[in-house]
Design a protein around this ligand. Structure first.
Ligand SMILES: O=C(O)C1=C[C@@H](OP(=O)(O)O)[C@@H](O)[C@H](O)C1
Ligand SMILES: C=C(OP(=O)(O)O)C(=O)O
Length: 462
């Protein structure tokens, strides 16, 4: 449970190591647009409808491509990560077409599975879901499947999932690197069975094996050994989506998941709104003392982003979830928070931005593994919040943030959508924040600046 903080110093075990994040900011990248984040002139009072969840959309695309019949995904997210996943499934053989709905902006996706085949090449972009889930699918293809992605994608961990797939009978050539690029030599089938891996760097290693596991000859039993697996709600999401498709999954023992070999049933499913992307909009209520409403917030969900409700409540918000959706009313006095975000680590950048504006100190704990996310997020946040005057220290497993007066400046985003969202939140409260390469938000949220401006126009912003 997150706790509000009182005005005390961060714990003595904190270390201040402001390392330089992986990709230095650049002024020469083609297509880069630096954006002056709007500043609020008063409390925001607005409603925002959000597109579908990236994590759900990409699981559903994989399951639909492996299923026994035609699936229909309603209100899927169309962003860079999900378009890359759709393209990956198409290039392995699935047919994915738009099906018009009453809303011309959100046609459904109709997915017709077909025998999986190579040779082909998969562009992973910077998407963890593509670089981890698709190799497991590619082991079932007839022919070689080569994977590569953005420059920084080559530094994100994939070695443990490739090693596990090899142990299950797959043939993978990564020239010993344990990173992109690599080739899965698909032979049309995989033995499967028991496998042990260390998934402490990413829950996506486990999800990948479970998503394809029902189609392995012997199914799969995945055992995790090592430090605690992060982002457990995301594994729960994988388990629930598989069960919805008729697959038997046993997760009754800690750190062990068993998937029986079986057909995967086709699905007709509506994708929930992306609750992690909701965080930056809800943060507008937090930092302006306003009110933000998100319709269609699910009452039951496996999305880790749902934890933002508890975090913002601990920071002083009034948080109401009812059948109309979620309403967050920001506090008059924004409190810091002491929170373990191990299960919901993708919330870290926005929570850190709100914490940097709080009147008491904050500690974000349990997120060491986000050094392997889109960028080294702990280093990137320490550096960029620091450039705006925040008092931030990187700890072994998170951040310690003390109250400080912030000022404007360029906020480098390191090709990380959530860094850009964090900077945008800061801009509401601090004049002169410029978000470097704001289009990087398209990884999970297309037309971010238009959405943000329309959102603020529903409220009050300068
Ligand atoms: O499976 C998924 O959809 C995700 C799992 C998590 O990854 P990690 O376990 O690597 O943190 C999360 O951070 C990421 O945004 C999405
Ligand atoms: C960590 C994230 O993404 P990915 O799926 O690329 O790991 C994220 O969206 O915050």
């Amino acid at each position: 449970m997150p706790r509000s903080s009182s005005p005390a110093d961060p714990s003595p075990s904190d270390r201040s190591t402001a390392t330089t994040p992986a990709t230095p900011p650049s002024t020469t990248v083609l297509g880069r647009r630096d954006w002056a984040a709007p500043t609020a002139s008063g409390p925001i009072d607005a409603t925002v409808a959000l597109p579908g969840s990236k994590s759900l959309t990409n699981r559903l695309l994989v399951i639909a491509a492996l299923a026994n019949d035609v699936s229909r995904l309603r209100r899927p997210l169309r962003s860079r990560d999900t378009l890359l996943m759709a393209e990956a499934m198409r290039s392995l053989g699935a047919e994915i077409t738009d099906h018009p709905t009453h809303d011309p902006d959100t046609p459904d996706w109709v997915v017709r599975p077909a025998p999986l085949r190579g040779p082909t090449t998969i562009d992973c972009g910077l998407a963890g879901t593509v670089m981890r889930f698709v190799p497991a699918v590619a082991t079932l293809a007839a022919g070689p499947v080569t994977f590569d992605g953005d420059p920084h994608a080559r530094t994100r961990p994939v070695g443990p999932v490739l090693e596990a797939l090899r142990a299950l009978g797959a043939d993978i050539d990564d020239e010993g690197r344990g990173t992109l690029p690599f080739t899965v030599e698909g032979h049309g089938a995989v033995r499967g069975g028991d496998v042990t891996l260390d998934a402490s760097a990413s829950s996506q290693f486990v999800s990948a094996l479970l998503l394809a596991g029902a189609r392995f000859d012997e199914g799969v039993v995945v055992h995790h050994v090592g430090k605690q697996v992060p982002s457990l709600p995301h594994i729960q999401m994988t388990v629930e989506v598989l069960r919805d498709a008729g697959v038997m999954v046993d997760d009754s023992d800690a750190d062990t998941w068993r998937v029986d070999p079986s057909e995967i049933n086709a699905l007709d499913v509506t994708v929930e709104p992306d609750l992690s992307n909701a965080a930056c909009f809800l943060a507008a209520a937090m930092v302006t003392g306003g009110r933000v409403h998100v319709p269609d917030w699910p009452r039951h969900t496996t999305q880790a982003g749902d934890q933002i409700r508890e975090v913002f409540a601990a920071m002083g918000a009034d948080v109401v979830l009812d059948r109309d959706g979620l309403t967050v009313t920001g506090p008059q006095r924004l409190l810091g928070v002491d929170v373990d975000l191990h299960d919901a680590s993708e919330l870290t950048p926005v929570v850190a931005a709100v914490a940097a504006l709080a009147q008491t100190p904050s500690w974000i704990r349990g997120v060491a593994h986000i050094r392997g996310h889109e960028t080294d997020r702990l280093a990137a946040l320490t550096t960029e919040l620091g450039h705006l005057g925040a008092d931030v220290h990187e700890t072994d497993d998170g951040l310690a943030i003390r109250p400080a007066r912030l000022h404007g400046g360029l906020f480098a985003t390191y090709a990380d959508h959530r860094m850009a969202m964090a900077a945008t939140v800061l801009g509401l409260a601090v004049r002169g924040v410029v978000v470097e390469d704001v289009e990087t938000t398209s990884k999970t949220l297309p037309q971010f600046t238009q959405r943000w401006e329309a959102f603020l126009a529903g409220g009050r912003a300068s």
